[in-house]
Design a binder for this molecule. Sequence first.
Ligand code: PMP
Length: 439
Amino acid sequence: MSPLQPSLRARHRAVMPEWLTLYYDEPLELTHGEGRYVWDAEGRRYLDFFGGVLTTMTAHALPEVTKAVTEQAGRILHTSTLYLHRHMVELAERIAALSGIPDARVFFTTSGTEANDAALLLATTHRRSNQILAMRNSYHGRSFSAVAVTGNSAWSPTSLSPLQTLYVHGAVRTRGPYAHLSDDRFIEACVADLEDTLGQAHGNVAALIAEPVQGVGGFTAPPDGLYAAFRDVLDRHGILWISDEVQTGWGRTGDHFWGWQAHADSGPPDLLTFAKGIGNGMSVGGVVARAEIMNCLGANSISTFGGSPVTMAAGLANLGYLLEHDLQGNARRVGGLLIERLRAIAAGLPVVREVRGRGLMIGVELVEPDGSPSARAAGLALEHARERGLLVGKGGREGNVLRIAPPMTLTIAEAEEGAAALEEALRRAQHAIGEKERP
Ligand code: PMP
């Protein structure tokens, strides 16, 4: 680059919104990827433990997906939902069957935000109420309605809202007023909090929207069974349950295909939203609901790009690959080993307060020597990991949690490679914040 030419970063800054943040002191331009690896514009290779925010679900440049996209792109790019489209119907059939929701209908959107927006529209119309229950520390997207049910204030830039939202406790297990309780007592306390909150509502409440494992919130989760206990209360009031599976869907959590299944007694939610991984980078999102709920709208509704031909072809190929290669099983096995390895590393490092998660959805929470959340340590660890050729994500309300969510084809050797890089990055962060390692 000539010294007279502004850098890509400077051009980004000059033309993009300030709040569109970039990772790293020297932001990365990624130019291509293969499998679990990506390369930057200078040709450096990185092991990708974040998958573009849990979106590269199977692998970079997966030949099956590339072929499906290329073939469809060569036939027709766009027709709109006004015409029949074979791939769209086929993907809807597969997702309806996998959802566990009886008599399911699927509406495709282009993002997770739009999926949650559609779910909120359905629930509020069906229940004739604009009151919504959401979890504290949650994230559900960036639209006017999605930020209105987003408890994580770092991602909710306005308090203006078309909804009346009541925030419930329970999605953060190891911090907050009930952290010291046993799992059973924790659930009891959260159920009591839910009942109390409902006592403050004005009549009908439409729905509870919840991420089974909070993504942006720092991969925090309640004890298994919390949403089953909530479900009993919701059922008594006729309140619908929306499970936001944008990050937790498709077997990423290893033990389950959907995050809600960790609360299995409850049966399926009334509505389920998905996005991110299903398209492996193509913009596919959607909402699944029983026919009675999906069909409750009294006017037309359309998403021009939702369910477009190329994205549906990609989704079908990607989902087919995931199921045929049992990537849920791989997430359970390789993710289980990775969590164990990271816990062993963390045992000697006081900067790590907790390694949590399941499957290939692992959070590493970092703290200052006094136990307060350390965004500083997380920032340092992120930079050091990158220097060692590893990309990870960040999250948590205070930005102090490393998020690890590689493509679900991750091998054991790659998990080991990533863990070794992360170990060094965490050690360097530990030294920088000035505390000694445990012997
Ligand atoms: N729900 C959850 C749980 C998410 O993590 C996200 C994205 N981070 C969204 C919804 C919004 O999805 P999108 O960015 O595709 O609009």
